[in-house]
Design a protein around this ligand. Structure first.
Ligand code: UD1
Ligand code: UDP
Length: 365
């Protein structure tokens, strides 16, 4: 059975890789890896192939950046050609980026079944582009692979038939479990002069946080306060860097004494940075999950999350875009007062095997 597996943007690689490997070693399947090129910088793309040991994509579509309509349309035009050439038995997409929805729409219109890895997550915030991508992808997929049972419940409430939904767990955690000990050897702490458990790690790239100057400034004000007590490190997403330059906010970062603004780092360096951090402040989806499994306190700088299990069971706390709340929750962590959490069901490193079994059953029936 020929399965086209799609990656497009940074978090996709860690999700698809374990499933790709599980499929590739089973002679029943033939995996075809397609990279849409939504992300294209070396440190947003190529480095992850090297570190995860993924082969060079069979097809690279090179669509690049653009507004939502433009980028989605470019992926659709290029990916449809891949489907005409390859005639796969199944297309697998992951997560909630524009490439995810675009490729799912192409496939379903050619009557090719679609599997969605990380189905069912909902922030219930339709102003987030990812929420639209999730809803669109889920409603047209044939196999919905959920990371947590809230996903099953959301899908059933939206009228999706129970028989299409499979609770398989979190594939991103398969990668974490596989690479965690390798990441321990990363020299990133020495390189950045950081002491384990004596720094805070930041990632921020959501449009609502970095594309609106006033919102970005509220968050920076919290960093300015925290920086006096704790060194902060921010591997900055290219979108956020562009906005800092556009809004003329460079000075505020330059003036913080202990603050390091660096380029995005590879997966192994980032795992090492997370594991040794005193706390993580983020608006990333995947990082809410990884900190939960690593047992590191996570402050999520958003009003909502599509990953509520990281709050109810994990180490995650929502702090909104509220300067005071970001500071007070940080103070709590610094004084040792934070919830330790537990690891959610099926976030156990075995999700890819469960996905493979779902696919086998699907084809054999
Ligand atoms: C995308 C996803 C988001 C995900 C994030 C992960 C959508 C709608 N959003 O957001 O869900 O959390 O990826 O990182 O799909 N850029 C570069 N180099 C690159 C890639 C991007 O410079 O390799 C810059 C470009 O200026 C581009 C901007 O970043 O316009 C935004 O990139 P885009 O892929 O549109 O969205 P992200 O913000 O990366
Ligand atoms: N990540 C990385 N380098 C970085 C920042 C993040 O390797 O500089 C990894 C992180 O460990 C996680 C994934 O990228 O596996 C999360 O991706 P991102 O935050 O871009 O996307 P989201 O999860 O928000 O969609």
């Amino acid at each position: 059975m020929k399965i086209v597996m799609v990656v497009g943007a940074r978090p996709n690689y860690m999700k698809i890789a374990p499933v790709y490997f599980a499929i590739a070693k089973d002679s029943y399947f033939e995996p075809i890896l397609v990279h849409t090129g939504q992300h294209y910088d070396n440190n947003m793309s190529h480095i992850f192939f090297e570190e995860l040991g993924l082969p060079k994509p069979d097809k690279y579509l090179g669509v690049g950046s653009g507004n939502h309509g433009e980028q989605t349309a470019k992926v659709m035009i290029a990916f449809e050609k891949v489907l005409f050439d390859e005639k796969p038995d199944l297309v697998m997409v992951a997560g909630d980026v524009n490439s995810t929805a675009a490729c799912a729409i192409d496939a379903v219109k050619l009557h090719i079944p679609v599997a969605h890895l990380e189905a069912g997550l909902r922030s219930f915030d339709r102003k987030m582009p990812e929420e639209i991508n999730r809803i669109v992808t889920d409603v047209i997929s044939d196999i919905l692979l959920t990371p947590s049972l809230d996903g099953n419940r959301n899908l059933q409430k939206e009228g999706i038939h129970k028989e299409k939904i499979f609770f398989v767990g979190n594939a991103m955690i398969d990668s974490l479990k596989k690479y965690e000990s390798i990441a321990d050897d990363s020299p990133i702490l020495e390189k950045l002069n950081l002491i384990s458990k004596n720094y805070g790690l930041i990632t921020l790239h959501r449009p609502r946080n970095v594309d609106i100057k006033n919102n970005f400034e509220k968050i920076i004000s919290a960093f300015e306060y925290i920086d006096k007590e704790l060194p902060l490190i921010y591997p900055i997403h290219p979108r956020a860097l562009k906005q800092i330059q556009r809004f003329g906010l460079n000075n505020r970062f330059d003036q913080m004494k202990n603050f390091q603004l660096i380029s995005p780092v590879g997966y192994l360096d980032f795992l090492k940075l997370q594991k040794n951090a005193k706390l993580v402040m983020t608006d990333s989806g995947g990082i809410q999950e990884e900190t939960t499994v690593l047992g590191i306190p996570c402050l999520t700088i958003r009003e909502n999350t599509e990953r509520p299990i990281t709050i109810t069971q994990g180490t995650n706390v929502l702090v909104g875009l509220d300067t005071e709340k970001i500071i007070s929750e940080t103070e709590k962590i610094l004084s040792g007062n934070w919830k330790h959490g537990k690891i959610p069901q099926y976030w156990d490193g075995k999700t890819a095997e469960r996905v493979k079994n779902v696919f086998k059953t699907f084809f054999m029936n």
